[in-house]
Design a protein around this ligand. Structure first.
Ligand code: FAD
Length: 536
């Protein structure tokens, strides 16, 4: 297979490094880049080290010939007006990042043989639910109220992560006061107190794939955060998701920093209990007393830090309290006609075998031949007003579906593109089943597909560095959200954390984690003027 030529960032070579840096960031995903850019704005010289051949983490895109796909961005919410999310993107990208709205119907849920939608706008979203479930009006209004309550409480949750342990002790009565009781409960439990209509619960949870856990396992806070995030519609980054990183990198460079690719960190170096730098895979040491890891909790504590440090700092006891999220299959499809010619919508499709999402997932995990518990289909070229300028006369489609890493574990350690016939056959079989879902929903595509390829959890491991092929870093159950140690601060002086494991998954979740990490590092006094410039 021909490797992608779509690459951003600067290829790492030891001789290209500056003599010193104020901070080293491991990983160039949204969490790492946001932290690096905000620190750069405060005058820090930051070195971002990315193991992949291109920067951006899950926001990177790749191409094959005429086609280009995104791997971890299908839609972003809350960027249609001057929200905090939009202002932060504008600031980080110096206004270069533009957003294209999706159709008003941003998500369509195929649940068994029924079809429902999520439509843009708080009132329109609510009214559309009431039209579909007229006898559930009270439950729907109650649900909308809970979304608003959780949304307000998210700031307190985030601030709780920034506080020093002693500050948290003092602040905890206040934080508790700001925390609605539903926040850290299980999604299904909360929703079943509002209604026993299983179809309504299924529609409300129709985006469970956005966090990787079905309602009986997920935390209501994450559910509500995602539902609220898209309440005013879905948006796509004009020009493809790789523009996110491309537009942020100059801010880091302007302060003397750099974003290096092919730059795999082998170890975080610790001397006398404090961080002293990183060792690269080529053996080169980069000395720095401030290291920020955006590579995820698993990578940081189970692979990058020396074992004895993990033990003595007590993390060994804490780590079993969090688990990796599920892995996924991806299908990347190319067609030799445009989205318009093919009738592709700017709406995501979520296809479910029934309204019992938990049971469907369990059945699938037990038996590979059971129906896929969820199949997600996205139409990036339809969403991107710039796509045809870059790839005239073509269209692309992406499919995502869950798949446990264990099914692929026997090929662990093999090289991408050279995993052998048995792997290729297994992968092809899963791919064909997923393609059938596409043809079922859009029969006009029969005979129109020019190219497609299938990614597995091993591809995620290979390109994105997640050792269990995790879709979203740590699992988003309620237990995870109660872990106060999951924040920017660590018990190892000089080591900080950022990215989706600090707060929640999602490009915005990782971006907001970047803001929290910067705030924890520099303190509120230094951060306030910067926040004022960003948010006005
Ligand atoms: C299939 C899929 C679809 C998604 N769809 C959406 C969506 O539509 N909207 C949305 O908001 N979110 C979506 N997400 C989630 C979102 O992309 C992520 O939550 C977010 O981008 C994570 O950012 P991050 O910075 O925490 O981590 P990442 O982007 O994963 O960045 C971590 C980086 O660390 C690097 N790294 C790891 N180990 C090392 C090492 N030893 N040395 C150097 N570098 C290292 C990795 O290569 C990686 O680039 C999706 C994710 C997936 C997988």
């Amino acid at each position: 297979m021909i490797p992608s030529t779509l690459r951003i960032g600067y290829r790492y070579r030891p001789k290209r490094l500056a003599p010193d840096y104020d901070a080293v960031v491991i990983g160039s995903g949204m969490g790492g880049l946001t932290t690096a850019a905000l620190l750069s704005e405060l005058g820090w010289k930051v070195c971002v080290l990315e193991q992949h051949y291109t920067a951006g983490g899950y926001t990177h895109s790749y191409n094959r010939g005429d086609y280009e796909w995104d791997v971890g961005v299908h839609y972003i919410g809350d960027v249609g007006t001057q929200t905090r999310t939009r202002r932060m993107f504008d600031f980080l990208s110096d206004g270069k990042l533009k957003w294209a709205p999706m159709d008003a119907e941003y998500d369509r849920f195929f649940i068994g043989d029924k079809i429902y939608s999520a439509v843009a706008g708080k009132q329109a979203f609510r009214d559309n639910l009431v039209v579909n479930f007229p006898e559930e009006e009270r439950a729907i209004d109650h649900y909308m109220k809970l979304l608003a309550e959780v949304s307000t409480a998210l700031t307190a949750h985030g601030m709780g992560r920034v506080l020093k342990p002693w500050q948290r002790v003092i602040g905890s009565p206040f934080l508790k006061l700001r925390t609605p009781s539903c926040m850290y409960r299980n999604t299904y439990e909360v929703l079943s107190e509002l209604t026993d209509n299983q179809d309504l619960i299924a529609v409300l949870c129709g985006q469970w794939g956005d966090m990787g856990l079905p309602p009986k396992q997920s935390a209501f806070m994450t559910h509500a955060m995602i539902a609220r995030h898209y309440l005013y519609g879905g948006y796509y980054p004009v020009g493809g998701s790789w523009h996110i990183a491309e537009s942020i990198i100059p801010k880091i460079q302007q302060a003397g920093g750099e974003v290096f690719t092919y730059a795999r960190v082998k170890q975080i170096l610790v001397e006398d209990g404090s961080v002293s730098g990183v060792e690269m895979e080529d053996g080169h040491h980069i000395d720095c007393s401030c290291v920020i890891s955006s590579a995820g909790i698993d990578n940081t504590f189970n692979y990058l830090l020396p074992n004895d440090i993990v033990q003595t700092s007590g993390y060994e006891r804490l780590l079993p309290q969090v688990q990796p999220s599920i892995a996924h299959l991806g299908i990347y499809i190319g067609l030799k006609e445009t989205a318009e010619q093919l009738g592709l919508p700017k709406t995501n499709f979520w296809i479910y075998p029934s309204n019992d999402y938990d049971a469907a997932l369990e059945a699938f995990l037990q038996n590979k031949d059971a129906p896929f518990p969820v199949v997600y289909i996205s139409f990036p070229s339809a969403k991107d007003p710039d796509y045809l300028n870059r790839h005239p006369g073509t269209a692309t489609i992406e499919i995502v579906a869950p798949a446990p890493y264990e099914w692929f574990a026997k090929w662990q350690g093999s090289t991408w593109g050279k995993r052998g016939e048995e792997y290729e056959t297994f992968k092809a079989g899963l791919g064909e089943r997923l393609m059938q879902h596409l043809y079922d929903k859009l029969p006009q595509l029969n005979g129109k597909v020019d190219y497609y390829e299938v990614s597995t959890p091993l591809s995620t491991e290979w390109f994105s560095g997640y050792r269990r092929g995790e879709l979203y870093g740590l699992n988003h159950n309620a237990e995870r959200l109660r872990q106060n140690w999951l924040g920017p601060r660590t018990r190892i002086p000089g080591l900080w954390l950022t990215g989706q494991d600090v707060l929640t998954c999602g490009v915005t979740g990782a971006m907001m984690a970047g803001q929290l990490t910067t705030m924890a590092m520099v303190g509120i006094r230094k951060m306030t003027p910067l926040m004022k410039r960003i948010y006005g």
